[in-house]
Design a protein around this ligand. Structure first.
Ligand code: NAP
Length: 479
Protein backbone atom coordinates (compact mmCIF):
# COMPACT_ATOMS: atom_id res chain seq x y z
CA UNK A 1 0.00 0.00 0.00
CA UNK A 2 2.79 2.39 0.95
CA UNK A 3 4.73 1.58 -2.20
CA UNK A 4 1.71 2.23 -4.39
CA UNK A 5 0.96 5.50 -2.59
CA UNK A 6 4.48 6.73 -3.22
CA UNK A 7 4.27 5.52 -6.81
CA UNK A 8 1.14 7.68 -7.24
CA UNK A 9 3.04 10.71 -5.95
CA UNK A 10 1.25 10.71 -2.60
CA UNK A 11 3.67 11.58 0.21
CA UNK A 12 1.31 12.62 2.98
CA UNK A 13 0.80 9.28 4.69
CA UNK A 14 2.10 7.37 7.69
CA UNK A 15 2.31 3.66 8.43
CA UNK A 16 1.77 2.72 12.06
CA UNK A 17 3.05 -0.50 13.58
CA UNK A 18 2.72 -1.47 17.21
CA UNK A 19 6.05 -3.34 17.14
CA UNK A 20 9.59 -2.02 16.75
CA UNK A 21 9.98 -3.39 13.22
CA UNK A 22 7.91 -4.03 10.11
CA UNK A 23 7.23 -7.55 8.84
CA UNK A 24 4.08 -8.72 10.65
CA UNK A 25 3.94 -12.49 10.94
CA UNK A 26 7.42 -12.74 9.42
CA UNK A 27 8.75 -10.60 12.25
CA UNK A 28 6.78 -12.31 15.03
CA UNK A 29 7.25 -15.97 14.13
CA UNK A 30 10.84 -16.97 14.78
CA UNK A 31 10.36 -20.59 15.79
CA UNK A 32 12.92 -23.07 14.42
CA UNK A 33 12.04 -24.08 10.87
CA UNK A 34 9.68 -21.13 10.35
CA UNK A 35 9.04 -20.49 6.69
CA UNK A 36 6.34 -20.18 4.10
CA UNK A 37 4.57 -23.07 2.42
CA UNK A 38 3.97 -20.96 -0.69
CA UNK A 39 6.91 -21.43 -3.09
CA UNK A 40 9.51 -18.64 -3.02
CA UNK A 41 9.08 -17.47 -6.60
CA UNK A 42 5.38 -16.81 -6.03
CA UNK A 43 5.71 -15.32 -2.55
CA UNK A 44 6.77 -11.80 -3.49
CA UNK A 45 5.19 -8.67 -4.94
CA UNK A 46 4.57 -8.86 -8.67
CA UNK A 47 6.43 -5.56 -9.08
CA UNK A 48 9.40 -6.69 -6.97
CA UNK A 49 10.04 -10.25 -8.03
CA UNK A 50 13.06 -11.36 -6.07
CA UNK A 51 15.64 -13.24 -8.14
CA UNK A 52 17.85 -14.69 -5.49
CA UNK A 53 15.75 -16.91 -3.21
CA UNK A 54 17.98 -19.58 -1.69
CA UNK A 55 15.36 -22.34 -1.58
CA UNK A 56 12.21 -23.54 -3.31
CA UNK A 57 10.27 -22.47 -0.18
CA UNK A 58 11.42 -19.34 1.65
CA UNK A 59 12.41 -19.28 5.30
CA UNK A 60 11.24 -16.58 7.70
CA UNK A 61 14.54 -14.67 7.76
CA UNK A 62 14.75 -14.44 3.97
CA UNK A 63 11.18 -13.13 3.71
CA UNK A 64 11.80 -10.54 6.42
CA UNK A 65 15.00 -9.46 4.63
CA UNK A 66 13.02 -9.17 1.40
CA UNK A 67 10.46 -6.92 3.13
CA UNK A 68 13.22 -4.76 4.64
CA UNK A 69 14.70 -4.52 1.13
CA UNK A 70 11.37 -3.20 -0.18
CA UNK A 71 11.23 -0.58 2.58
CA UNK A 72 14.70 0.67 1.58
CA UNK A 73 14.14 0.46 -2.17
CA UNK A 74 10.96 2.52 -2.02
CA UNK A 75 12.29 4.86 0.67
CA UNK A 76 9.48 4.12 3.08
CA UNK A 77 11.42 4.72 6.32
CA UNK A 78 10.28 8.36 6.71
CA UNK A 79 6.66 7.14 6.63
CA UNK A 80 7.02 4.54 9.39
CA UNK A 81 5.77 5.21 12.91
CA UNK A 82 6.96 2.12 14.76
CA UNK A 83 6.21 1.27 18.40
CA UNK A 84 2.86 3.00 17.89
CA UNK A 85 -0.23 0.96 18.60
CA UNK A 86 -3.48 2.48 17.39
CA UNK A 87 -6.18 1.89 19.99
CA UNK A 88 -9.06 3.82 18.46
CA UNK A 89 -10.25 5.30 15.17
CA UNK A 90 -13.31 7.54 15.16
CA UNK A 91 -15.03 9.15 12.15
CA UNK A 92 -15.59 12.89 12.54
CA UNK A 93 -18.52 13.71 10.23
CA UNK A 94 -18.14 17.50 10.35
CA UNK A 95 -14.50 17.46 9.37
CA UNK A 96 -14.91 14.34 7.20
CA UNK A 97 -11.83 12.72 8.63
CA UNK A 98 -10.72 9.97 10.96
CA UNK A 99 -9.35 10.78 14.38
CA UNK A 100 -6.92 8.09 15.54
CA UNK A 101 -5.58 7.65 19.04
CA UNK A 102 -2.64 5.48 20.01
CA UNK A 103 -2.20 3.61 23.29
CA UNK A 104 -0.14 6.52 24.69
CA UNK A 105 -3.02 8.91 24.04
CA UNK A 106 -1.47 10.77 21.08
CA UNK A 107 -4.01 11.76 18.43
CA UNK A 108 -3.65 11.84 14.67
CA UNK A 109 -6.08 12.79 11.93
CA UNK A 110 -6.40 11.21 8.50
CA UNK A 111 -8.75 11.54 5.56
CA UNK A 112 -8.43 7.85 4.84
CA UNK A 113 -7.52 4.86 6.96
CA UNK A 114 -6.29 1.58 5.50
CA UNK A 115 -6.11 -1.26 8.03
CA UNK A 116 -3.49 -3.89 7.31
CA UNK A 117 -3.39 -5.64 10.68
CA UNK A 118 -3.59 -9.20 9.34
CA UNK A 119 -5.59 -12.18 10.55
CA UNK A 120 -2.98 -14.23 12.37
CA UNK A 121 -1.25 -12.07 14.96
CA UNK A 122 -3.16 -12.61 18.20
CA UNK A 123 -2.13 -15.95 19.72
CA UNK A 124 -4.83 -18.29 20.96
CA UNK A 125 -4.11 -20.56 23.90
CA UNK A 126 -5.85 -23.84 24.63
CA UNK A 127 -9.04 -23.32 26.59
CA UNK A 128 -8.17 -25.78 29.35
CA UNK A 129 -7.59 -25.04 33.05
CA UNK A 130 -4.22 -24.83 34.76
CA UNK A 131 -2.01 -22.99 32.26
CA UNK A 132 -0.68 -20.65 34.96
CA UNK A 133 0.21 -23.57 37.22
CA UNK A 134 2.82 -25.07 34.88
CA UNK A 135 6.23 -24.86 36.56
CA UNK A 136 8.44 -25.46 33.50
CA UNK A 137 8.99 -23.14 30.53
CA UNK A 138 6.01 -22.48 28.27
CA UNK A 139 5.42 -20.24 25.28
CA UNK A 140 3.26 -19.88 22.18
CA UNK A 141 4.74 -20.78 18.80
CA UNK A 142 4.27 -17.17 17.65
CA UNK A 143 6.08 -15.82 20.72
CA UNK A 144 8.99 -18.24 20.65
CA UNK A 145 11.51 -17.65 23.40
CA UNK A 146 14.73 -16.85 21.49
CA UNK A 147 16.76 -18.58 24.18
CA UNK A 148 15.30 -21.86 22.89
CA UNK A 149 17.08 -22.74 19.62
CA UNK A 150 16.78 -26.46 18.73
CA UNK A 151 20.00 -27.40 20.60
CA UNK A 152 18.60 -25.93 23.84
CA UNK A 153 16.01 -28.73 23.92
CA UNK A 154 18.72 -31.30 24.70
CA UNK A 155 17.63 -33.32 27.72
CA UNK A 156 14.17 -31.72 27.83
CA UNK A 157 10.77 -33.40 27.84
CA UNK A 158 8.69 -31.28 25.51
CA UNK A 159 4.90 -31.18 25.21
CA UNK A 160 3.44 -29.62 22.06
CA UNK A 161 -0.28 -28.85 21.92
CA UNK A 162 -1.55 -28.52 18.35
CA UNK A 163 -0.68 -30.02 14.98
CA UNK A 164 -1.30 -27.16 12.54
CA UNK A 165 1.13 -25.56 10.05
CA UNK A 166 3.28 -24.03 12.83
CA UNK A 167 3.80 -27.29 14.76
CA UNK A 168 4.51 -29.10 11.50
CA UNK A 169 7.43 -26.77 10.90
CA UNK A 170 9.10 -26.70 14.34
CA UNK A 171 8.56 -30.24 15.70
CA UNK A 172 10.97 -31.79 13.13
CA UNK A 173 13.58 -29.20 14.16
CA UNK A 174 13.47 -29.83 17.90
CA UNK A 175 12.69 -33.57 17.97
CA UNK A 176 16.28 -34.69 17.19
CA UNK A 177 17.54 -32.70 20.20
CA UNK A 178 14.88 -33.22 22.86
CA UNK A 179 14.84 -36.20 25.20
CA UNK A 180 11.17 -36.69 24.43
CA UNK A 181 8.45 -34.87 22.52
CA UNK A 182 4.76 -35.50 23.21
CA UNK A 183 2.52 -34.11 20.50
CA UNK A 184 -1.11 -33.59 21.50
CA UNK A 185 -3.21 -33.97 18.39
CA UNK A 186 -6.88 -33.01 18.46
CA UNK A 187 -7.35 -33.50 14.71
CA UNK A 188 -5.19 -35.28 12.16
CA UNK A 189 -4.45 -33.24 9.04
CA UNK A 190 -3.96 -34.02 5.39
CA UNK A 191 -0.29 -33.53 4.50
CA UNK A 192 1.28 -33.42 1.05
CA UNK A 193 5.01 -33.46 0.27
CA UNK A 194 6.85 -30.18 -0.06
CA UNK A 195 9.80 -31.38 -2.15
CA UNK A 196 11.76 -28.45 -0.77
CA UNK A 197 15.36 -28.00 -1.91
CA UNK A 198 18.10 -25.39 -1.94
CA UNK A 199 18.72 -23.75 -5.32
CA UNK A 200 22.24 -24.59 -6.53
CA UNK A 201 24.55 -21.95 -8.05
CA UNK A 202 23.47 -22.95 -11.59
CA UNK A 203 19.74 -22.55 -10.87
CA UNK A 204 20.33 -19.25 -9.09
CA UNK A 205 22.37 -17.96 -12.00
CA UNK A 206 19.66 -19.04 -14.46
CA UNK A 207 16.88 -17.50 -12.37
CA UNK A 208 18.81 -14.23 -12.24
CA UNK A 209 19.86 -14.08 -15.87
CA UNK A 210 17.66 -16.10 -18.23
CA UNK A 211 15.01 -13.72 -19.56
CA UNK A 212 11.48 -14.78 -18.64
CA UNK A 213 12.53 -17.79 -16.54
CA UNK A 214 11.40 -16.38 -13.19
CA UNK A 215 8.16 -15.16 -14.66
CA UNK A 216 7.52 -18.56 -16.25
CA UNK A 217 8.22 -20.33 -12.95
CA UNK A 218 5.95 -17.93 -11.09
CA UNK A 219 3.23 -18.43 -13.68
CA UNK A 220 3.54 -22.22 -13.46
CA UNK A 221 3.31 -22.25 -9.64
CA UNK A 222 0.38 -19.83 -9.70
CA UNK A 223 -1.70 -21.46 -12.41
CA UNK A 224 -0.87 -25.17 -12.28
CA UNK A 225 0.10 -25.86 -8.66
CA UNK A 226 -2.12 -23.34 -6.86
CA UNK A 227 -5.09 -22.42 -9.05
CA UNK A 228 -5.54 -25.93 -10.48
CA UNK A 229 -4.19 -28.66 -8.18
CA UNK A 230 -4.55 -27.11 -4.73
CA UNK A 231 -7.77 -25.31 -5.60
CA UNK A 232 -9.31 -28.61 -6.70
CA UNK A 233 -9.01 -29.82 -3.10
CA UNK A 234 -10.83 -26.74 -1.80
CA UNK A 235 -13.52 -27.15 -4.45
CA UNK A 236 -13.92 -30.89 -3.71
CA UNK A 237 -13.64 -31.74 -7.43
CA UNK A 238 -12.56 -35.17 -8.78
CA UNK A 239 -9.03 -33.78 -9.15
CA UNK A 240 -9.23 -32.84 -5.47
CA UNK A 241 -9.99 -36.46 -4.59
CA UNK A 242 -6.81 -37.30 -6.50
CA UNK A 243 -4.89 -34.86 -4.27
CA UNK A 244 -6.38 -36.64 -1.23
CA UNK A 245 -5.16 -40.01 -2.58
CA UNK A 246 -1.74 -38.46 -3.09
CA UNK A 247 -1.77 -37.29 0.53
CA UNK A 248 -2.85 -40.76 1.74
CA UNK A 249 0.03 -42.23 -0.26
CA UNK A 250 2.41 -39.72 1.38
CA UNK A 251 1.25 -40.93 4.82
CA UNK A 252 1.66 -44.60 3.85
CA UNK A 253 5.09 -44.01 2.37
CA UNK A 254 6.42 -42.25 5.48
CA UNK A 255 4.65 -44.05 8.35
CA UNK A 256 5.11 -47.81 8.57
CA UNK A 257 3.42 -48.38 11.95
CA UNK A 258 -0.30 -49.10 11.30
CA UNK A 259 -1.39 -47.73 14.71
CA UNK A 260 0.39 -44.44 14.18
CA UNK A 261 -0.91 -44.29 10.62
CA UNK A 262 -4.46 -44.73 11.88
CA UNK A 263 -3.97 -41.88 14.36
CA UNK A 264 -2.66 -39.64 11.60
CA UNK A 265 -5.50 -40.33 9.15
CA UNK A 266 -7.95 -37.41 9.05
CA UNK A 267 -11.70 -38.00 9.38
CA UNK A 268 -12.70 -35.17 7.02
CA UNK A 269 -12.10 -34.53 3.31
CA UNK A 270 -8.92 -32.85 2.16
CA UNK A 271 -9.07 -29.05 2.00
CA UNK A 272 -11.49 -28.73 4.94
CA UNK A 273 -8.64 -27.51 7.12
CA UNK A 274 -5.52 -25.97 5.65
CA UNK A 275 -3.57 -28.65 3.75
CA UNK A 276 -0.19 -29.13 5.37
CA UNK A 277 2.88 -29.19 3.15
CA UNK A 278 5.83 -31.00 4.68
CA UNK A 279 8.54 -33.54 3.95
CA UNK A 280 9.69 -34.02 7.52
CA UNK A 281 6.58 -33.95 9.76
CA UNK A 282 5.73 -37.65 9.51
CA UNK A 283 9.36 -38.81 9.88
CA UNK A 284 9.58 -36.65 13.02
CA UNK A 285 6.42 -38.26 14.47
CA UNK A 286 7.82 -41.72 13.68
CA UNK A 287 10.93 -41.11 15.82
CA UNK A 288 11.38 -43.29 18.90
CA UNK A 289 11.47 -40.23 21.21
CA UNK A 290 8.21 -38.77 19.83
CA UNK A 291 4.73 -39.81 20.91
CA UNK A 292 1.45 -38.71 19.34
CA UNK A 293 -1.32 -38.49 21.94
CA UNK A 294 -4.88 -38.28 20.67
CA UNK A 295 -6.72 -38.30 24.00
CA UNK A 296 -8.09 -34.78 24.49
CA UNK A 297 -6.10 -32.35 26.62
CA UNK A 298 -8.11 -31.91 29.84
CA UNK A 299 -5.79 -29.71 31.91
CA UNK A 300 -2.33 -28.30 32.25
CA UNK A 301 -0.74 -29.31 35.53
CA UNK A 302 2.39 -28.06 37.33
CA UNK A 303 4.32 -30.98 35.84
CA UNK A 304 2.87 -31.26 32.35
CA UNK A 305 -0.37 -32.09 30.56
CA UNK A 306 -3.27 -34.23 31.78
CA UNK A 307 -5.45 -35.90 29.18
CA UNK A 308 -9.12 -36.78 29.52
CA UNK A 309 -8.32 -40.43 30.29
CA UNK A 310 -6.57 -39.21 33.48
CA UNK A 311 -3.00 -39.79 32.27
CA UNK A 312 -0.38 -37.24 33.33
CA UNK A 313 2.22 -36.56 30.63
CA UNK A 314 5.32 -35.05 32.25
CA UNK A 315 6.96 -32.11 30.50
CA UNK A 316 9.68 -29.59 31.26
CA UNK A 317 8.81 -27.39 28.25
CA UNK A 318 5.28 -26.76 26.99
CA UNK A 319 4.71 -25.21 23.56
CA UNK A 320 1.29 -23.94 22.56
CA UNK A 321 0.99 -24.37 18.78
CA UNK A 322 -2.69 -23.59 19.07
CA UNK A 323 -3.06 -20.89 16.44
CA UNK A 324 -4.60 -17.44 16.48
CA UNK A 325 -7.81 -15.57 17.23
CA UNK A 326 -8.28 -15.24 13.51
CA UNK A 327 -11.98 -14.41 13.29
CA UNK A 328 -11.72 -11.39 15.63
CA UNK A 329 -10.83 -9.05 12.79
CA UNK A 330 -9.23 -5.72 13.82
CA UNK A 331 -9.61 -6.57 17.48
CA UNK A 332 -8.81 -4.92 19.90
CA UNK A 333 -8.94 -1.61 17.98
CA UNK A 334 -12.07 0.39 18.74
CA UNK A 335 -13.40 1.67 15.41
CA UNK A 336 -16.39 3.99 15.42
CA UNK A 337 -17.96 5.07 12.13
CA UNK A 338 -20.86 7.26 11.03
CA UNK A 339 -23.75 7.59 13.51
CA UNK A 340 -21.50 6.28 16.29
CA UNK A 341 -21.64 2.72 14.95
CA UNK A 342 -18.97 0.48 16.46
CA UNK A 343 -17.38 -1.87 13.95
CA UNK A 344 -17.20 -4.66 16.52
CA UNK A 345 -20.94 -4.31 17.19
CA UNK A 346 -21.61 -4.67 13.48
CA UNK A 347 -19.41 -7.74 13.46
CA UNK A 348 -20.65 -9.40 16.65
CA UNK A 349 -22.14 -12.30 14.64
CA UNK A 350 -19.15 -12.60 12.30
CA UNK A 351 -17.14 -10.11 10.29
CA UNK A 352 -18.06 -9.22 6.73
CA UNK A 353 -16.91 -6.56 4.32
CA UNK A 354 -17.62 -5.81 0.69
CA UNK A 355 -14.88 -7.64 -1.24
CA UNK A 356 -13.27 -7.94 2.19
CA UNK A 357 -12.32 -4.28 1.80
CA UNK A 358 -15.13 -1.86 2.69
CA UNK A 359 -17.88 -1.70 5.34
CA UNK A 360 -21.07 0.42 5.23
CA UNK A 361 -21.13 3.26 7.78
CA UNK A 362 -17.33 3.43 7.74
CA UNK A 363 -16.46 6.04 5.11
CA UNK A 364 -12.93 6.23 3.77
CA UNK A 365 -11.94 3.14 5.74
CA UNK A 366 -10.44 0.23 3.82
CA UNK A 367 -9.24 -3.19 4.87
CA UNK A 368 -6.35 -5.25 3.56
CA UNK A 369 -6.61 -9.04 4.07
CA UNK A 370 -10.04 -8.52 5.60
CA UNK A 371 -12.91 -11.03 5.92
CA UNK A 372 -13.43 -13.43 3.00
CA UNK A 373 -9.99 -12.82 1.50
CA UNK A 374 -7.86 -15.55 3.05
CA UNK A 375 -6.86 -18.41 0.76
CA UNK A 376 -6.32 -22.11 1.29
CA UNK A 377 -4.57 -22.68 -2.02
CA UNK A 378 -2.57 -19.67 -3.16
CA UNK A 379 -0.52 -16.67 -2.05
CA UNK A 380 -2.30 -13.96 -0.05
CA UNK A 381 0.24 -11.48 -1.43
CA UNK A 382 -1.70 -11.72 -4.70
CA UNK A 383 -4.95 -10.94 -2.89
CA UNK A 384 -3.41 -8.00 -1.07
CA UNK A 385 -2.07 -6.56 -4.32
CA UNK A 386 -5.59 -6.80 -5.76
CA UNK A 387 -6.95 -4.91 -2.74
CA UNK A 388 -4.29 -2.22 -2.95
CA UNK A 389 -5.08 -1.62 -6.63
CA UNK A 390 -8.77 -1.34 -5.81
CA UNK A 391 -8.22 1.04 -2.89
CA UNK A 392 -5.94 3.25 -4.99
CA UNK A 393 -8.77 3.88 -7.43
CA UNK A 394 -11.12 4.92 -4.67
CA UNK A 395 -8.52 7.09 -3.00
CA UNK A 396 -8.61 9.33 -6.03
CA UNK A 397 -12.31 9.80 -5.39
CA UNK A 398 -11.89 10.16 -1.63
CA UNK A 399 -9.64 13.15 -2.13
CA UNK A 400 -12.79 15.00 -3.07
CA UNK A 401 -14.94 13.80 -0.22
CA UNK A 402 -16.09 10.55 1.23
CA UNK A 403 -16.35 7.02 -0.08
CA UNK A 404 -18.69 4.54 1.53
CA UNK A 405 -19.96 1.19 0.32
CA UNK A 406 -23.74 0.76 0.15
CA UNK A 407 -25.55 -1.68 2.48
CA UNK A 408 -27.23 -3.47 -0.44
CA UNK A 409 -23.85 -4.04 -2.16
CA UNK A 410 -22.48 -5.73 0.97
CA UNK A 411 -25.67 -7.75 1.44
CA UNK A 412 -25.53 -9.05 -2.14
CA UNK A 413 -21.81 -9.80 -1.82
CA UNK A 414 -22.32 -11.67 1.47
CA UNK A 415 -25.16 -13.75 -0.04
CA UNK A 416 -22.90 -14.76 -2.93
CA UNK A 417 -20.07 -15.63 -0.57
CA UNK A 418 -22.37 -17.78 1.57
CA UNK A 419 -23.66 -19.66 -1.47
CA UNK A 420 -20.15 -20.31 -2.80
CA UNK A 421 -18.63 -21.12 0.58
CA UNK A 422 -21.29 -23.74 1.26
CA UNK A 423 -19.97 -25.69 -1.73
CA UNK A 424 -16.36 -25.76 -0.58
CA UNK A 425 -14.47 -28.36 1.41
CA UNK A 426 -14.25 -25.83 4.30
CA UNK A 427 -17.86 -26.59 5.16
CA UNK A 428 -17.51 -30.35 4.73
CA UNK A 429 -17.59 -31.31 8.38
CA UNK A 430 -14.51 -30.14 10.25
CA UNK A 431 -13.76 -27.25 12.59
CA UNK A 432 -11.12 -24.69 11.67
CA UNK A 433 -9.92 -21.18 12.42
CA UNK A 434 -11.83 -20.04 9.32
CA UNK A 435 -15.12 -20.32 11.22
CA UNK A 436 -16.92 -17.77 13.38
CA UNK A 437 -18.59 -18.91 16.63
CA UNK A 438 -21.69 -20.10 14.74
CA UNK A 439 -19.63 -22.28 12.39
CA UNK A 440 -19.85 -20.01 9.31
CA UNK A 441 -16.62 -19.63 7.36
CA UNK A 442 -15.83 -15.90 7.44
CA UNK A 443 -12.15 -15.70 6.60
CA UNK A 444 -11.90 -17.27 3.17
CA UNK A 445 -12.34 -16.45 -0.49
CA UNK A 446 -14.15 -19.44 -2.08
CA UNK A 447 -13.11 -18.99 -5.71
CA UNK A 448 -9.88 -19.21 -7.59
CA UNK A 449 -7.80 -16.18 -6.69
CA UNK A 450 -7.74 -14.75 -10.23
CA UNK A 451 -11.52 -14.32 -9.82
CA UNK A 452 -10.80 -11.97 -6.94
CA UNK A 453 -8.41 -9.99 -9.15
CA UNK A 454 -11.22 -9.67 -11.70
CA UNK A 455 -13.76 -8.67 -9.03
CA UNK A 456 -11.48 -5.93 -7.72
CA UNK A 457 -10.17 -4.74 -11.08
CA UNK A 458 -12.65 -1.93 -11.46
CA UNK A 459 -14.83 -0.43 -8.72
CA UNK A 460 -18.53 -0.33 -9.60
CA UNK A 461 -19.85 3.08 -8.72
CA UNK A 462 -23.37 1.76 -8.05
CA UNK A 463 -22.01 -0.31 -5.14
CA UNK A 464 -21.14 2.84 -3.27
CA UNK A 465 -23.30 5.55 -1.78
CA UNK A 466 -24.12 8.25 -4.31
CA UNK A 467 -23.13 11.27 -2.22
CA UNK A 468 -19.58 11.35 -3.46
CA UNK A 469 -17.80 11.80 -6.73
CA UNK A 470 -16.72 8.54 -8.43
CA UNK A 471 -13.13 8.36 -9.66
CA UNK A 472 -12.28 9.21 -13.18
CA UNK A 473 -11.96 6.08 -15.29
CA UNK A 474 -15.20 4.47 -14.06
CA UNK A 475 -17.24 4.33 -17.25
CA UNK A 476 -20.72 5.90 -17.26
CA UNK A 477 -22.40 2.50 -17.72
CA UNK A 478 -21.01 1.47 -14.36
CA UNK A 479 -22.28 4.56 -12.56
P1 NAP B 1 -3.80 -23.54 13.54
O1 NAP B 1 -3.74 -23.89 12.11
O2 NAP B 1 -4.96 -22.79 14.03
O3 NAP B 1 -3.58 -24.87 14.34
C1 NAP B 1 -3.80 -24.89 15.73
C2 NAP B 1 -3.65 -26.31 16.20
O4 NAP B 1 -3.87 -26.34 17.59
C3 NAP B 1 -4.68 -27.25 15.57
O5 NAP B 1 -4.06 -28.47 15.33
C4 NAP B 1 -5.75 -27.34 16.66
O6 NAP B 1 -6.51 -28.51 16.60
C5 NAP B 1 -4.87 -27.34 17.87
N1 NAP B 1 -5.55 -26.99 19.11
C6 NAP B 1 -6.14 -25.82 19.43
N2 NAP B 1 -6.64 -25.90 20.68
C7 NAP B 1 -6.35 -27.14 21.13
C8 NAP B 1 -6.63 -27.82 22.34
N3 NAP B 1 -7.30 -27.24 23.33
N4 NAP B 1 -6.20 -29.10 22.45
C9 NAP B 1 -5.53 -29.69 21.45
N5 NAP B 1 -5.25 -29.10 20.28
C10 NAP B 1 -5.66 -27.83 20.14
O7 NAP B 1 -2.50 -22.67 13.98
P2 NAP B 1 -1.05 -22.58 13.32
O8 NAP B 1 -0.44 -23.91 13.14
O9 NAP B 1 -0.29 -21.59 14.11
O10 NAP B 1 -1.36 -21.98 11.90
C11 NAP B 1 -2.27 -20.90 11.76
C12 NAP B 1 -2.24 -20.38 10.38
O11 NAP B 1 -1.05 -19.62 10.22
C13 NAP B 1 -2.18 -21.40 9.27
O12 NAP B 1 -3.39 -21.96 8.92
C14 NAP B 1 -1.59 -20.59 8.16
O13 NAP B 1 -2.56 -19.82 7.51
C15 NAP B 1 -0.64 -19.71 8.90
N6 NAP B 1 0.68 -20.33 8.84
C16 NAP B 1 1.22 -20.40 7.61
C17 NAP B 1 2.42 -20.99 7.46
C18 NAP B 1 2.97 -21.03 6.08
O14 NAP B 1 3.88 -21.79 5.84
N7 NAP B 1 2.45 -20.24 5.12
C19 NAP B 1 3.09 -21.53 8.53
C20 NAP B 1 2.53 -21.44 9.79
C21 NAP B 1 1.31 -20.85 9.93
P3 NAP B 1 -7.83 -28.58 15.68
O15 NAP B 1 -7.32 -28.73 14.26
O16 NAP B 1 -8.56 -29.77 16.16
O17 NAP B 1 -8.57 -27.30 15.89
Amino acid sequence: MAIRLRGAGIRDFVVFDKESDIGGVWRDNVYPGCGCDVPSHLYSYSFARYADWSRAYPKQREILDYLHGCVSRWKLEPHLRLNTEIAEARWEPQERLWRLRDTRGTEYTARTVVCGVGQLNRPRYPSVPGRESFTGTQFHSAAWDPSWPPEAFAGQDVAVIGTGPSAVQFVPEIAPHARSVTVFQRSANWVIPKYDYAFGPGSRWALRNVPGLRLALRGFIFSVVCETLLYSAIAGSPLGRGVQKFSAWHLRSQIADPDLRAKLTPDFPIGCKRILISDDWYPALARANVEVVTDPVAAITPGGVRTADGTDHAASVLIHATGFRATEFLSPIEIVGRNGTRLHDRWKNGADAYLGIAVPEFPNLFLLYGPSTNLGHNSVVYMIESQVGYIMRWLRAARDGQVEVAEQALAAYTRTMRRLLSRTAWEAGCTSWYQAADGRVVNNWPRRSYRYRLATRRPRAQDFRPDFKPPSGVPPTDR
